[in-house]
Design a protein around this ligand. Structure first.
Ligand SMILES: [Zn+2]
Length: 430
């Protein structure tokens, strides 16, 4: 399959310029001005739209197996394609938990048949995410596990985290941590701040997260493992990561779009569409996350796409499960709120949504250059649209951004040389 993308705006040698990109059998073979045409099977006229390396999200919940009413590998991967994502990595808190080599293999087999983007799968650190027995890291790695995590819960015992890091270092897997000390979080449902006290709801203090990060940084320093912090939410956490990185700890970190855009002040009363873990924190915390993202303390953005059915999210902060979806809104949300406001340049945003996660986890993609895998996204930076959850490919609609007017929407997504989403052709084509 030979394909030419003509007249797309690409970031090359420090500026956005009109470019042609040639793709042969899934690989980018040429990038330049007015490339010769003639022998292509297909020409894609970009007409000045912006071509990005496919977005990469290493933190999504696809809910299959066990919770297929919320999301499946098929529906979640379609939501990813529509959002401009070409690679995602799925968390192991399914039912059963992805904690054995056979279960990891089964996930890859299913994704091979049903997914329209590249999907990687995490393996659990402990059996059943119970925090008791470590899983067989070597077997998980051989089955293709992307990294190790008990996301959804923190590893409560420091001794167990140390043992996990030592073993992960031996087998060469990254330890990815949901940082939360249960003895501090104590069944809270929102940030332990002004809003929680006004609503009379139990709070989750910022220290519940930061305490684990400080602890784990010491253990990562001792073991030399690659340690990655999920969904950083507080100023104290950003400072802890900054200090650890300055000491040379092999550590990376991610932040979600919702923590970059919202604070506890945006929560309109007892509405669980704003309930996630970690919770939306104070304006001061949000400023620290922005500063951390800008100075490299936080390496990249990941959505923590966490689908839940509407009925479950109607139960208020006390009764509803944690989590919001993000794949289909992340790019326009951040383009509108971070780039159009002048906080980041477009190329800085793309680095944090594609190039950096690829580099941190050794994934293909994240670049547009000769020899790279043809994982590409065309974005219409002029397009303004209102977020409409009814139009999502995701099975769930639990977003706090319903009705937001956003600019800069992905319109075409290519994975390994195959067009999987083309808005002009009616959407998902794969
Ligand atoms: Zn988590």
């Amino acid at each position: 399959m030979r394909l030419m993308i003509r007249q797309a705006k690409c970031y090359r040698s420090g500026e956005w310029i009109l470019t042609d990109v040639r793709v042969d059998d899934g690989i980018i073979t040429s990038v330049g001005d007015r490339l010769p045409t003639g022998d292509e099977d297909e020409i894609v006229e970009a007409n000045g739209k912006t071509l990005l390396p496919g977005l990469i999200d290493v933190h999504v919940h696809l809910r299959e197996p066990g919770f297929e009413e919320k999301e499946t590998i098929a529906s979640g991967s379609r939501a990813a394609a529509r959002g401009g994502f070409t690679t995602i990595a799925a968390m192991p808190n399914t039912e059963p938990v992805t904690d054995t080599a056979d279960l990891v293999r089964e996930q890859y087999r299913k994704a091979g048949k049903e997914a329209v983007v590249n999907v990687h799968f995490y393996g659990a650190i402990t059996e059943g995410l119970r925090g008791e027995e470590l899983t067989d890291f070597q077997a998980l790695k051989e089955a293709g596990a992307f990294a190790l995590t008990d996301d959804g819960v923190g590893i409560q015992s420091a001794g167990q985290m140390l043992a996990a890091m030592e073993r992960a270092k031996e087998v060469g897997l990254t330890v990815v941590a949901h940082c939360e000390d249960n003895s501090l979080a104590d069944r809270g449902v929102m940030h332990d701040g002004e809003k929680a006290s006004r609503l009379g709801l139990p709070g989750i203090p910022a220290e519940a997260e930061a305490a684990h990060i400080v602890r784990d940084a010491l253990l990562a320093e001792r073991t030399g493992v690659h340690y990655h912090v999920c969904h950083v939410s507080s100023a104290a956490s950003v400072q802890a990561i900054r200090e650890a990185k300055q000491r040379g700890v092999h550590m990376t970190a991610e932040v979600t779009p919702h923590h970059l855009v919202l604070t506890e002040d945006d929560i309109p009363g007892d509405n669980a569409l704003y309930k996630m873990n970690p919770p939306l924190r104070s304006a001061r915390d949000r400023s620290a996350l922005m500063a951390g993202l800008l100075d490299g303390t936080i390496d990249f953005i990941a959505t923590d796409h966490a689908p839940h059915e509407t009925a479950a999210k109607r139960r208020g902060f006390r009764g509803a499960p944690f989590g919001v979806i993000g794949l289909e809104t992340a790019f326009p949300l951040l383009y509108t709120r971070l780039v159009l406001t002048g906080f980041l340049t477009l190329e800085q945003l793309v680095k944090r949504m594609s190039t950096a996660p690829a580099a941190c986890f050794g994934l293909p993609g994240g670049v547009i250059c000769e020899g790279a895998q043809a994982d590409l996204t065309l974005v219409d930076l002029e397009r303004e649209e209102t977020v409409d959850p009814a139009a999502f490919y995701s099975k769930s609609e639990n977003t706090p951004f319903c009705g937001w007017r956003l600019t800069g929407w992905p319109v075409w997504t290519m994975v390994g040389g195959q067009v999987v989403y083309d808005e002009a052709q009616g959407g998902i084509t794969g």
